[in-house]
Design a protein around this ligand. Sequence first.
Ligand SMILES: Cc1cc2nc3c(=O)[nH]c(=O)nc-3n(C[C@H](O)[C@H](O)[C@H](O)COP(=O)(O)OP(=O)(O)OC[C@H]3O[C@@H](n4cnc5c(N)ncnc54)[C@H](O)[C@@H]3O)c2cc1C
Length: 588
Amino acid sequence: MDERAEIVVAGAGHNSLIAACYLAKAGYRCLVLDARHVPGGGAATEEILLPGYGIDTCATGHTLIRVNPLLTGDELGLIADYGLRYIDPDPVAHVAFPDGEQLTMWLDRDRTAAEIARFSAADAAAYLRLLDEYDEVKSVFSGSQFTPVGFGPSLDARLAGHPRGRLWQRRRALSAWDVIRHEFGSRHVRAFMLWMAFQTNQAVDVPGSGVLAYSLVFGRQQRSWSILAGGSGRLTEALTGYLHRHGSTVLCGRRVTRLLLDGDRCAGVETADGGQYRAGKAVLSTIHVTQLRDMAPARAWPEEFHYGIDTYDAGIPGFGVYLATSAPPEFAAPDGGTRTAVSAGTAGWPEDIIRLGQDLRAGRFVADVPWLLVATPTLADPTRAPSGKHTVKLLSQQVYQLPAGMPGWDVVKARHARRQLEHLRLSAPGFTDDVILAQLVKSPADYEQLNPHMVHGAFHGGDRGVAQTGPLRPVPGWASHRMPIAGLYQTGATTHPGGSITGAPGRNAAIVLLHDLGHDPAEVMSALPAPEVRGGHLQPGRLTGREHDGGDRGEGHAGDGGRGDRAGLVAGWHQAVEEVRHDQNPQL
Ligand SMILES: Cc1cc2nc3c(=O)[nH]c(=O)nc-3n(C[C@H](O)[C@H](O)[C@H](O)COP(=O)(O)OP(=O)(O)OC[C@H]3O[C@@H](n4cnc5c(N)ncnc54)[C@H](O)[C@@H]3O)c2cc1C
């Protein structure tokens, strides 16, 4: 190992890489270890089918990370220096319904509304109202997402201070279905809205999913289902490139199996091959929190932590079909035309989509196709495949444990993939076996094997219902990225605000670590240009000194921030940091 590593990072998903980059920016040498043969976790592009076909093995849509100050302020120079480039596909989405009807969402909101008006003029007006209403509070929600728990007001407190906050306090507690049926009357529009709200594999009929009916649609209407030119792996390349240039190291094929303790302090990690990696300052983990618990003696964790882990809900598992094709899925619209979209799919009727959530919760195998996402990024980014060819990914939800009496996953997954393709052909009849050049199917068990962080094949690090959000994630009392063992920090999808490619848990964990190491996080993050540090580290406090107003504007929506706005984006932390309670664990 690199003897000079000050921070050992377990797992190289995009969140822990982002956190490591900020620490490297402050001058710390990080050593990042990942179990897989490639870094990136869910942000990886691999040739898993045929040479020349770059497949996003997990995430393709990056809409959510686009409002992270990491990118809006280009705090690490990933855009300016490492060439990250986003594409906003238009149409945004195209969905087919059970009766053959179809609906297209466009980047032009009025064009989307006109499409909705084909089904209901009242629903078209409701759609525009929904966008406007979320616009009013977007900064409240994103401010909470991009602030570590305990480093600023809670979401409830933020909403309480907003003129229309009470409305949103109720919406937060409702289910997405409650919200959608209240706003929309048409069966087709309701199905479309439910298809959208289910995109993060959060069941749409459970309390706490209400805001998803707004936030996901709003984000898509702003910047589509954004994809990275070249594939999701480009984000990982940029982050690992940054680490390399700043004196840090990423080692793959190193599965962490044990935490090394010096007394009651975490001093490093041990890997499956017996390697030991010691950390001069801290250990940062993106290991699934339920596995992390088993990597130290039971007595190292307090009772409430054990209880939080024992009751942790892994979330809804996913099922995927990966294809290399000679043609994209072309939807045959009822008007005789055809339509393609990077983000397309099929939606059952509202009752089908609601039943989907209920079946999954009850552990019933989902034999039909009530919800299907069909991603064809090559429509907007032809560089991902040979000329004229495509990569297509079918994603859906499924149970992890097959019910008794069913054959194993190898048989079941092949059958289920065939059923999904037959279903898709009802609306995209030209997408026959003839156009499929290669195919790979992944069950929830395969996803879990691919990435130990995706327990039960769930994509997002655990359910995001009321029991596991905000200060309750991953465990009440331990939501500020500091774990009960001194010197040990947690980031990734099991921490606030949860999974997806947002970079929020990573950046938030960096704020906490920088703070505990004696830095002013705002100053480190906003520093320009990023210093390339090849030895030693900047002294704690060296980057401090800027005046802060202690106000709340720093937690505002970052969507329109630029480099020049950095001070504004991060202001307010100084005071907030003072509010952090040190009683639980003075870490460093
Ligand atoms: C098929 C699929 C499609 C998806 N599509 C989208 C999408 O379009 N948009 C979106 O926003 N999200 C999508 N997601 C979800 C998204 O990929 C994840 O929520 C996100 O990757 C979580 O990021 P992370 O950094 O927290 O962890 P991960 O990306 O899960 O990375 C964790 C890393 O830690 C490593 N690790 C785990 N345990 C150990 C250990 N013991 N030792 C060493 N290393 C370890 C893993 O190998 C992995 O590299 C998708 C997920 C899947 C599976």
